[in-house]
Ligand binder design. Structure first.
Ligand SMILES: Cc1cc2nc3c(=O)[nH]c(=O)nc-3n(C[C@H](O)[C@H](O)[C@H](O)COP(=O)(O)O)c2cc1C
Length: 369
């Protein structure tokens, strides 16, 4: 199948025919998914957050064994993830408040009550970046923070293109000033975490919608670099709408979670494609703002008014509970990340079918304009 590039400049920069990038997603974007997306003409992206350097290298090697097409590797550049906060600096009442919510649910899995702060996290981001440069990956994908000029330069020196996801216009301008080759405008409908490099107040973090942000980012930097739209896009009509808004293509997360090759659990795929798909905005699972399927946990966390532990220490504090829920197939006590358009998913196709269907549907819509 040969797809006519919908965006010639995106094709020139990233070497892809289908203007569809698959988001890096921990545990979901396994090599089989990444390679399937790239082989179908899009850009598959490995997620390397929290992976030790040898695991980043083997994921890259696994993808290379499955495709000769361009692919990317994603990581967060968030201030509190690159250098993890000191758990001892967290006030006692914040630890107590967060643990109280987790303790409310621990008896469900016979887990012990916890009152302590979590241990310090390892800083793995810079080591992962070193592996990416060493491996001369085709594309580096930055989320939750913009890469500094020196980092962009390191990638450019080895022939790697830099894609940067932002949730605000100022970051889009900053990313391009720092040398990014492609900007992704992530609207608040997006599944997963909001792409800010530092923790913001809830109301600010929830700004802006995809249509609002994409138009603003296209106006600000679209004359210089290709712009991709992200957040709540699941089909060809969505891609066509984003192209009409002036973007060069889309980055999809939730649609690819519910595919055959995705590493997501069968339970997660089922929850994304059937029944109630209401989503909530919470920092109770990791410490950073994210959109997930609404659950007993998100409701309880919200009602408690508890403050999340900083960086990713909230994830570390709740690890026993969230892992037990995952292991036992409890959909109420684990983060099932989902975009606001999850309610429009009804099937679990292959990644290649997703790309083919979206591109052909968008082409037909644009041709009839
Ligand atoms: C399960 C899941 C995991 C995600 N993990 C990451 C990640 O590791 N890095 C990143 O930059 N973005 C991540 N995202 C956010 C996506 O990059 C993207 O902004 C979002 O998925 C787009 O909205 P959509 O889910 O409605 O398609 C994740 C999204 C989901 C759904």
């Amino acid at each position: 199948m040969t797809l006519v590039p919908l965006s010639p400049r995106l094709h020139r920069v990233l070497g892809i025919n289908a203007p569809i990038v698959q988001s890096g997603m921990a545990g979901v974007a396994v090599p089989a998914l990444v390679a399937a997306v790239s082989n179908a003409g899009g850009l598959g992206v490995i997620a390397s957050l929290r992976l030790p350097p040898d695991a980043v290298r083997s994921a890259i090697q696994d993808v290379r064994a499955l495709t000769s097409r361009p692919f990317g590797v994603n990581i967060w550049l968030h201030d509190d993830v690159r250098t993890s906060p000191d758990p001892d600096a967290i006030p006692d009442d914040v630890v107590r408040g967060a643990q109280a919510v987790l303790n409310h649910f621990r008896p469900r899995f016979d887990l012990d009550t916890q009152l302590d702060r979590p241990p310090p996290a390892n800083d793995l981001v810079d080591a992962a970046l070193d592996v990416m440069v060493d491996e001369r990956i085709p594309v580096f994908s930055a989320g939750l923070g913009i890469p500094e000029p020196e980092l962009v330069e390191r990638f450019h020196r080895v022939g790697t293109k830099v894609v940067c996801m932002v949730a605000g216009v100022e970051d889009a301008v900053g990313a391009v000033a720092n040398g990014a080759d492609v900007v992704v405008a992530q609207g608040s409908e997006a599944g997963g975490h909001r792409s800010h490099g530092t923790k913001l107040e809830r109301q600010t973090a929830m700004q802006s919608s995809t249509t609002e942000l994409v138009a603003a980012v296209v106006d600000a930097v679209g004359g210089e670099v290709p712009v991709l739209a992200a957040g709540g896009i699941v089909d060809g009509r969505g891609l066509a709408a984003m192209i009409r808004l002036g973007s060069d293509g889309v980055l999809l997360g939730t649609r690819f979670v519910a595919t055959k090759e995705s590493g997501a659990s069968a339970l997660w795929k089922k929850r994304l494609t059937t029944g109630d798909r209401t989503t909530s905005f919470t920092d109770g699972f990791t410490g950073q703002w994210a959109r997930v399927l609404t659950s007993e946990f998100t409701d309880e966390w919200e009602a408690s008014g508890a403050e999340a532990l900083p960086g990713l220490l909230q994830a570390a504090a709740g690890q026993d509970l969230f892992n037990a829920a995952k292991k036992l197939g409890d959909d109420q006590l684990q983060p099932l990340y989902a975009g606001a358009a999850a309610g429009r998913l009804h099937d679990i196709p292959s990644a290649a079918d997703v790309i083919y269907d979206i591109v052909t549907e968008a082409q037909a819509a644009l041709d009839s304009d």
